[in-house]
Write a protein that binds this ligand. Structure first.
Ligand code: C2E
Ligand code: MG
Ligand code: MG
Ligand code: MG
Length: 282
């Protein structure tokens, strides 16, 4: 009997693993077509100057209009894109789309920055820098408004390569934000060595910021750390006014979160820009 159920168990797991592998393969194949079939879209989430309440930038967040499954969030496919190598093509699409959008805003004299998420996989890909350089040139981007977001893990995976790549990105005038700052296991000593320009405080620390003393201490520490390294600092995941209040008290410059807006399609984002009377560059 025990043997019987053991065999069933084994069969169950193999079955589950096969299903998962099938699922991954299916998503990977569909993702290739999704790029060609124009099923991907960048949503934009505003970044707010906490003191003036003006929109100073946007983070682009990818969405997939899957023909059968509807709107898919990145967690459903970015991991698979990374494992299968499709990430390079996907990131190219994101960079191109992002640069086109930034160019439009700049042509309309909108003084806002655009942050694009990149993968550690791109980061260690030799063509990455060439691609960005070509896009910047093609779209005549004012690069001080373009920012790439990457995680500590991406930086620490291959530190030598990362240092090289980051230096080249900074030489183009493009900013570099450390995403999800504080949850990685890496020592903060890398801040001394790597030319990053911004820290994004992970939203797990913003959650319950108003009542959780240890979160408040952590956030205060990150803000002070950023200031002492002359980096700007963004808080992610601001959901209620009480979060914002604490962040203002602690001297955080910029915020992002559902309190202001969820990520929205471009047209909606531009409407948001209209309502807050964005500053214009002359
Ligand atoms: P991330 O870069 O840390 O992006 C922030 C995530 O937090 C987004 O989820 C956003 O919708 C969500 N968020 C923003 N404000 C709030 C809030 O107030 N409360 C809560 N609960 N959540 C909030 P999303 O869009 O599902 O993206 C998830 C992750 O997928 C991103 O995390 C990023 O790592 C990755 N990602 C998104 N777009 C791209 C892309 O174009 N390329 C790559 N390589 N990765 C991407
Ligand atoms: Mg991000
Ligand atoms: Mg983040
Ligand atoms: Mg995150």
């Amino acid at each position: 009997k025990a043997k019987q159920s053991g065999r069933n168990c084994y069969a169950f797991y193999t079955d589950a693993i096969t299903k998962l592998a099938d699922r991954k393969l299916k998503i990977a194949n569909e993702l290739k077509k999704a790029i060609q079939n124009d099923e991907l879209e960048l949503y934009y989430q505003p970044q707010i100057n906490l003191l003036t309440q003006q929109i100073v930038g946007a983070e682009a967040l990818i969405r997939w209009h899957h023909p059968e499954e509807g709107l898919l969030a990145p967690n459903a496919f970015i991991g698979i894109a990374e494992e299968s190598g499709i990430i390079h093509e996907l990131s190219k699409w994101v960079l191109r789309k992002g640069c086109q959008q930034l160019k439009k805003w700049q042509d309309n004299k909108l003084n806002i920055s655009l942050s694009l998420n990149v993968s550690s996989k791109d980061f260690n890909f030799p063509d990455f820098i060439t691609d960005i350089g070509a896009l910047i040139e093609e779209h005549a981007i004012q690069t001080q408004f373009l920012e790439l977001e990457l995680t500590e893990t991406a930086i620490m995976e291959h530190p030598q390569q990362a240092l090289f790549t980051l230096t080249q990105i900074r030489e183009m005038g493009v900013s570099v934000a450390v995403d999800d700052f504080g949850i990685g296991h890496s020592a903060i000593a890398y801040l001394k060595k790597f030319p990053v320009t911004k820290l994004k405080i992970d939203r797990s620390f913003i959650h319950e910021l108003e009542s959780d003393e240890s979160n408040r201490t952590l956030v205060a520490t990150i803000i002070n750390l950023a200031k002492s390294f002359d980096l700007s600092v963004v808080a992610e995941g601001i959901e209620i006014a009480a979060h914002e209040q604490v962040l203002i008290e602690l001297g955080c410059d910029i915020g992002q979160g559902y309190l202001y807006s969820k990520p929205v399609p471009c047209a909606e984002f531009e409407q948001l820009l209209g309502t807050v009377n964005p500053c214009h560059v002359d």
